[in-house]
Design a protein. Structure first.
Length: 91
């Protein structure tokens, strides 16, 4: 499936990966993102949601991935866990 030209993935290259059964699959090149500058931290409280944190930090609830980029965790749902300290990107 082609990527929409307005997507942030539009210019990402592809790689071929061999699967265990010998077939090949085309995947997007893994994204390596430099950590953006931060403007502070936020202590997550019970009931916080990624989309609401993104709105508070960036003004756009769909940009939760900016928070994920600023907090290099493999599991973005940690942004919702009470007690976590989330770095707020300077956007």
């Amino acid at each position: 499936m082609p990527v929409d030209s307005s997507s942030r993935y539009a210019k990402v290259g592809t790689i071929e990966v061999e699967l265990p059964d010998g077939s090949r699959r085309t995947l997007g090149v893994p994204r390596v993102v430099p950590r953006p500058p931060t403007r502070g931290v936020y202590a997550v409280k019970a009931g916080d949601r990624i989309d609401l944190l993104a709105f508070a930090a960036t003004g756009d609830s769909t940009k939760w991935w900016i928070l994920a980029d600023a907090n290099h965790w493999a599991d973005a749902t940690r942004l919702e866990r009470a007690g976590e300290t989330v770095e707020l990107p300077d956007v």
